[in-house]
Design a protein around this ligand. Structure first.
Ligand SMILES: Nc1ncnc2c1ncn2[C@@H]1O[C@H](COP(=O)(O)OP(=O)(O)OP(=O)(O)O)[C@@H](O)[C@H]1O
Length: 224
């Protein structure tokens, strides 16, 4: 079966004012639909950089990036942006919710971008289905200040899932949560793969990593 994502020999060097610094030095990664992979590594090992390359926020200097059967290694920025919003969902440590909007309205923000346009009724149904998927449909009309950290992160996950992305990228999604709440949020992310989307989870927590199908550790710019 063609993998969802296939990276080979990805390199990234930062060229600032000083000496160029190699951050990624030959990363290979394969992710299949409905599967999850955890990326571990000490602080500064390049986990977020790799996630930025995966999510088309940043470009590799070398290597090859296949998304399904499409070679997207050198996609022009405009097409990369379109692909990013159509195919990827993002979850971060911070929830980035708008305080004055309800949970449902926050999730619906994912449709604001023109490419995601749907008639109002269908949009509402998709929003409620996404909130249901993460277990908080009953909180749809609550605003973030009335929600716990774990509930807010679930809203953010619903927002990432509502457009049914092929790939979910999560960068330390439990970083702002206590251990128990964090574990529940990781379960929600993993369960999202049962619908066929692939999940890449960047984490410091080995217990969370173990819940994924594969665990990879970044060391000196590549997987050990
Ligand atoms: N825009 C940038 N300019 C300069 N250095 C950068 C930039 N982005 C990342 N770096 C450096 O690249 C290295 C890798 O950073 P990255 O954020 O990918 O690591 P990380 O493994 O995600 O770390 P953490 O676990 O602390 O979030 C770090 O040494 C960081 O300081």
């Amino acid at each position: 079966m063609t993998p969802l994502i296939h990276l080979t020999g990805i390199t990234k060097t930062l060229k600032g004012q000083g000496e160029p610094r190699s951050i990624l030095s030959g990363v290979d990664l394969t992710l299949h639909a409905g599967r999850s992979v955890a990326i571990l590594g000490r602080s500064g090992s390049g986990k977020s950089t790799l996630l930025s390359v995966l999510g088309l926020f940043d470009r590799a200097d070398g290597g090859r990036y296949l998304l399904g059967d499409k070679d997207i290694t050198r996609l022009p920025e405009q097409r990369a942006a379109a692909l990013r919003s159509a195919e990827f969902g993002f979850v971060f440590q911070r929830f980035f919710l708008l305080k004055h909007l309800t949970a449902a309205q926050n999730v619906a923000m994912a449709f604001v971008n023109g490419q995601g346009w749907l008639p109002r009724g269908k949009r509402r149904a998709r929003v409620m289905a996404a909130l249901d998927l993460v277990g908080i449909a009953h909180l749809a009309e609550h605003r973030p200040p009335r929600l716990s950290g774990g509930e807010q992160q679930r809203v953010a996950i619903a927002r990432a899932l509502v457009r049914e992305p092929r790939v979910l990228l999560a960068d330390e999604p439990t970083g702002a949560l206590d251990t128990e709440t964090g574990a529940l949020v990781v379960d929600v992310l993993r369960d999202a793969t049962s619908r066929g989307c692939g999940l890449v989870l960047v984490t410091h927590d080995r217990d969370h990593a173990r819940k994924m199908d594969d665990v990879l550790e970044l060391r000196e710019g590549r997987f050990a």
